[in-house]
Design a protein around this ligand. Structure first.
Ligand SMILES: [Zn+2]
Length: 286
């Protein structure tokens, strides 16, 4: 599933490709993608004649800012946007077509069909589901150490599932949570309330650095995001610990272990991220 850096890069790519274009016609082939309004015909009609002013991001959601509406789009597992000529044949699993007045067409393809779109009148999307209860944006100026400590600090929950909860901090998924905890030297099963102020500061810094570095890498490779078919791809960033189980830690040379924490595959260096109870953690079967 794409996390903040990938969605941010898709957002920037979309801004370069479709901002300023006016929608002539919309066609929805799979009703379940459209969560709001209930009537997909209404979704199609409301978007006609709307110009895309810009594309913004909230957490892992894309926000298409139109003249009168905001289209909120979540890619979930496999959602992809691509820009094509309207005359190009459609690929399999293409579910939503946004045809522009200049003959181009933005297409939404989703093999797993888990992606969602919600259409709101301008000004209503940030207060309603699915964006309404989202937490702090880790790359915004108001993501201060104080704000982070206030929302995470005293909680009697393991730190990893807490960071994955989008009601506290948005945009961090299973990859970047493992990367951030490793960089901060904090074991994922530590209770949040057990973290010292030094550790909270390291974790706060690690989250910002991990996400910012990944966004920069993605941004610098923006051209490779659009493949020969016009599809906007998801760049796989260089990762320090995620997916490196049984390989040597780049900091200490020790072996990276994979366990399950809160139901999620979790990568830890037992030396760099010490925790007395780690030996009892369930070994992943993979
Ligand atoms: Zn290590």
């Amino acid at each position: 599933m794409p996390e903040l850096p990938e969605v941010e890069t898709v957002k920037r790519t979309l801004n370069a490709l479709v901002a300023g274009k006016t929608i002539e016609q919309v066609q929805v082939k799979l009703a379940r993608i459209i969560q709001k309004p209930d009537d997909i015909r209404r979704f199609e009609v409301l978007l006609q004649g709307q110009t895309i002013r810009s594309i913004e991001r909230r957490g892992k959601f894309l926000r298409f800012i139109l003249d009168d509406y905001v289209l909120v789009s979540h890619l979930r597992m496999e959602g992809r946007y691509g820009l094509y000529d309207a005359a190009d044949p459609a690929e399999l699993h293409t579910h939503v077509f946004f045809r522009f007045t200049d003959g181009k067409e933005l297409r939404y393809k989703d093999v797993r069909q888990f992606g969602t779109m919600h259409l709101f009148p301008q000004g209503e999307d940030l207060r309603a589901k699915p964006l309404g209860k989202l937490g702090l944006e880790p790359l915004d100026d108001d993501f201060t150490l104080e704000a982070f400590t206030a929302i995470i600090g005293g909680r009697k929950t393991k730190i990893k599932p807490l960071l994955l909860n989008q009601e506290y901090v948005v945009g961090i998924g299973n990859i970047y949570v493992d990367e951030s905890l490793f960089l901060a030297g904090i074991h994922p099963e530590r209770e949040a309330s057990s973290l010292s102020s030094d550790e909270l500061e390291r974790l706060h810094e690690a989250i910002v650095r991990t996400l910012r570095d990944s966004v920069e890498v993605g941004g610098s490779s923006i051209k490779s995001y659009v493949n020969g078919q016009g599809e906007i791809g998801l760049f796989q960033h260089q990762l320090a610990i995620y997916g490196r189980q049984s390989q040597p830690c780049r900091t200490c040379g020790g072996e990276i272990v994979k366990t399950v924490v809160g139901g999620r595959g979790t990568h830890t260096c037992p030396v760099c991220q010490p925790f007395p109870g780690a030996a009892t953690a369930k070994k992943s079967r993979r």
